[in-house]
Every structure is written in structure tokens, then in C-alpha cells.
Design a protein around this ligand. Structure first.
Ligand SMILES: NC(=O)c1ccc[n+]([C@@H]2O[C@H](COP(=O)([O-])OP(=O)(O)OC[C@H]3O[C@@H](n4cnc5c(N)ncnc54)[C@H](OP(=O)(O)O)[C@@H]3O)[C@@H](O)[C@H]2O)c1
Length: 290
């Protein structure tokens, strides 16, 4: 089976390619996966001709699409870029997938919700994004046809790329002073290495519709940072809680105060849920510090 993965050098894209490599190892080459991981340099999804050319040439059976402009605050000012990559780029892929009969699996975000619910968000709750990033990703969801898979995840960390776990480790290393993290935004940290196998399972099964896929265990950024500090053997007492209103300077993009995603659809189909985030955070800290 031939599979095309976009944004293959990103946090999630690189783990998807690595997971296919693991699945291929030891397999008969006639039954394995022929995986083409296209990096941003190799495929700009905002370029319609390039998207159609690669899809026509490779004729993949499945396309997994984690590529996105993910700099949430930068999206507030680079609005055209946000929509041209996250919305229009996704529409190009939907169109191209349709032309060769490929199944498309799109990665989306908890930021499609406004965060005002007092319980975890289920797949069928109404989105109401509060940021340009969230609006552009929701527009991407809406550019897909009904047969596509949409995987919404949240608060992603991985070995590659920039993420909050790496930021915490860097800040702990840089100074001895207090580190302040917000204690009033609630979400589920997720790990690229845990996400990849489930994304692949959903894509290969051609399961249609929205799936919330996160590691288990809601938390706040403050608790996340303090836990990461403990795992790193640093003085966790340096991590102090603040409110979003106390952040200086205030972040340009509004974040949902609650973006805990209930993995209801995953549970419904009987697929294993991802492990507790603390387990995977401990593992990633060991890897990065090791
Ligand atoms: N990170 C999170 O916390 C988070 C949370 C919820 C949902 N998600 C979603 O999950 C998916 C994967 O996120 P991630 O954390 O892996 O993001 P990431 O590390 O930023 O990876 C995204 C990749 O897309 C590439 N890209 C950007 N513009 C592109 C374009 N025009 N054409 C092709 N590739 C392009 C980036 O390349 P460059 O770096 O070279 O631009 C990067 O390699 C995204 O769809 C994101 O919206 C992420």
C-alpha cells in the first residue's frame, strides 16, 4: 500500500513516518507500506499544482496530512498564510485525493473550540474557534468530504520541533529564577509518538468523521511544567502558577480555557486509548536528557 504523508519533518509527521518504518521492518516487501514522507521543502501544500502533481505521480491509496502553519500567535498577524496553508492547502489535498480515490486523514486541533464548556469536548460538540489558527484549521476540516478522517488532538510534544516540554527543559536550564505557567487553561498533553500509531490505524481503516485523540489525563500548563521539572530532576518548586490574565506580555491568540477532548469516538469503536500523559512525558524527558 502506498501512503503519502505531508509535513513529514514536523513533530507528528516524522513520528508517522517512523511508525510506518517500524511496521515495515521484518515484513515481506510485497505486503509492506510504500511510504513517501514529503517535507515542507518537498511539497508546499498551498501550491495547488504541486499537490496535484505529487498525488497524480504517486497515486497513493492513503494520504495523511499533518502539515500545517502551527505558530498559533503568528497566525494572528499572518492571516493569509494561516488560511492558505491550513484551509486552502487542505482543500487542494482533498481535491487531489478525490481524483485518485485516495483516503485522506487530516490532523486538526482542540483550538476549534471556544473553551467555555464545563466538561470535556466530544466530537459532536459545536466548534467556535477564538483564534485565526483555530478558524483556519476548522476551515480545513470543512474543506474535506464526508469520507475523510479528521483527527483532533491537543498540546502536542515530540522529539522533533518546538513544543512546551522542550521549552520547560530549556527554561530550567537557562536560569535559577521562578518559572511562571498558567494554571487556568485545561487540556490533555499529547505525544507525537503515541499519536502516530492511532492516526495510522484510523487512516488505514478509512474511518470517516471526527476522532478526538489525545493522551489521557487532563491538566494545566502549570501542572505540566511542574511535572516535567520533577521528571528532569530539577527543583519543581521553581515552577509557579499564574492566571492567563497575569501573562506578560499577553499572548496575541486567545486560547480556550478548557480544551480537554474526550476520546469518545475512539472508545466507541473499541480502539485502545493513548496512555496517561505523565508516562509519555517521563519517557520523552529521559530521551531528550539522555
Ligand atoms: N502542536 C500542537 O500542539 C498541536 C495541537 C493540536 C493539533 N495540532 C495539529 O497537528 C498537526 C501536526 O502538528 P505538529 O505539532 O506536528 O506541527 P509541526 O511540528 O509544526 O509540523 C507541521 C509541519 O508542517 C510543515 N508545513 C508548514 N507549512 C507547510 C506548507 N505550506 N506545506 C507543507 N508543509 C508545511 C512545517 O514545516 P516548516 O516547519 O518548515 O514550516 C512542519 O514540518 C497539525 O495539523 C496541527 O495543526 C498540533
Amino acid at each position: 500500500m502506498r501512503v503519502l504523508v505531508t509535513g513529514a519533518k514536523g513533530q507528528v509527521g516524522s513520528e508517522i513516518v517512523a511508525e510506518f518504518d517500524r511496521r515495515n521492518s521484518g515484513r515481506d516487501s510485497r505486503t509492506g507500506f510504500d511510504v513517501i514522507g514529503a517535507s515542507h521543502e518537498e511539497l508546499d501544500v498551498a501550491n495547488r499544482d504541486a499537490v496535484h502533481a505529487i498525488v497524480r505521480t504517486l497515486a497513493p491509496e492513503v494520504i495523511i496530512h499533518p502539515a500545517a502553519f502551527t505558530a498559533v500567535d503568528a497566525c494572528e498577524t499572518e492571516i493569509d498564510r494561516a488560511f492558505s496553508v491550513n484551509f486552502v492547502g487542505t482543500r487542494h489535498l482533498a481535491e487531489a485525493a478525490d481524483s485518485v480515490g485516495a483516503h485522506l486523514c487530516y490532523l486538526s486541533t482542540d483550538y476549534v473550540f471556544d473553551g467555555t464548556l464545563d466538561r470535556p469536548y466530544r466530537e459532536w460538540d459545536d466548534p467556535n474557534p477564538q483564534s485565526v489558527y483555530g478558524r483556519s484549521k476548522l476551515a480545513g476540516e470543512r474543506a474535506l468530504d464526508a469520507s475523510s478522517t479528521i483527527v483532533r488532538t491537543s498540546w502536542v510534544s515530540g522529539q522533533r520541533g518546538a513544543n512546551m516540554l522542550k521549552t520547560v527543559l530549556r527554561l530550567l536550564d537557562q536560569s535559577d529564577g521562578p518559572l511562571r505557567f498558567v494554571n487556568d487553561q485545561h487540556g490533555c498533553p499529547s505525544f507525537a509518538k503515541d499519536l502516530a500509531p492511532t492516526i495510522i490505524d484510523l487512516a488505514l481503516s478509512r474511518l470517516r468523521g471526527v476522532f478526538h485523540v489525545t493522551n489521557q489525563g487532563p491538566t494545566t500548563w502549570f501542572d505540566f511544567a511542574r511535572t516535567v521539572a520533577e521528571f528532569a530532576g530539577a527543583n519543581a518548586g521553581r515552577v509557579e502558577p499564574i492566571t492567563t490574565a497575569e501573562l506578560v506580555p499577553a499572548r496575541p491568540a486567545r486560547r480556550p480555557m478548557n480544551s480537554v477532548l474526550e476520546n469518545a469516538a475512539l472508545r466507541e469503536i473499541g480502539h485502545a486509548l493513548l496512555p496517561d500523559w505523565r508516562e509519555s512525558a517521563a519517557q520523552l524527558v529521559r530521551q531528550l536528557n539522555g
